[in-house]
Design a protein around this ligand. Structure first.
Ligand SMILES: N[C@@H](CCC(=O)N[C@@H](CS)C(=O)NCC(=O)O)C(=O)O
Length: 197
């Protein structure tokens, strides 16, 4: 059985949700970043980490990519042009949404206090809203890749939830409707209820 290391309110949620989507059983260890349990598995101290037998895999996007490739679901096959587009979209979301939110988080609580520049957050909020508008322009189907749900939707929806928690306004109607539909998925709801603290 898979083991997910990390708390629900972190990028570990992406892994829990993916495992629910592909109907794979898993257990969780609700460890905090940089805790001894995490450091023993991942020298960076970051969560999530996935344990699959003897294998230890870090990074939420690497983990969910591994899972979809292994189980042949929620992805276009590796080596196809569709997969290249899917990967490009996933990386764009990491650059344009995840990285912006993470920079704000670092300047809110993660960096040492004397290294934080809280004033940067207004600029990041503007950048996030602009990037979301650009992403919305590309949204033509129920999912980011059109008719097929992929890992890009898991990463993007997680970033939309993260934005709400970080008080980054999401005002684009298309993205609001998209987020609502993604959060209504049975697997999303199961991931939240099965892993609540
Ligand atoms: N790119 C990594 C980022 C992992 C990451 O930064 N996780 C946060 C929690 S969501 C963390 O562990 N932060 C602690 C730290 O950076 O020291 C991923 O997607 O897993």
């Amino acid at each position: 059985m898979y083991k997910v290391i990390g708390k629900l309110q972190s990028r570990a949620f992406r892994v829990m949700w993916m495992l629910e989507e592909i109907n794979q059983p898993y257990e969780t260890l609700k460890a905090s970043p940089r805790s001894p349990e995490v450091l023993a598995l991942n020298p960076s101290g970051k969560i999530p980490v996935l344990i699959d037998g003897d294998a230890v895999i870090s990074d939420s996007t690497a983990i969910i990519t591994y899972l979809v490739d292994k189980h042949g679901a929620l992805t276009y096959p590796a080596g196809t042009v569709d997969r290249a587009h899917q990967d490009a979209l996933t990386h764009a979301i990491l650059d344009e949404l995840d990285a912006v939110l993470w920079t704000a988080a670092r300047h809110s609580f993660s960096l040492p206090e004397d290294k934080r520049v809280p004033e940067v957050k207004d600029s990041l909020k503007w950048e996030f809203a602009r990037n979301l508008e650009l992403l919305a322009d590309r949204l033509t189907g129920p999912f980011l890749m059109g008719e097929t749900m992929t890992i890009a939707d898991i990463v993007c929806t997680h970033c939309l939830n993260w934005a709400a928690g970080a008080k980054f306004p999401v005002e684009n109607e298309k993205m609001l409707a998209y987020g609502k539909a993604m959060r209504a998925r049975d697997a999303f709801v199961r991931a939240q209820t099965n892993n609540a603290d």
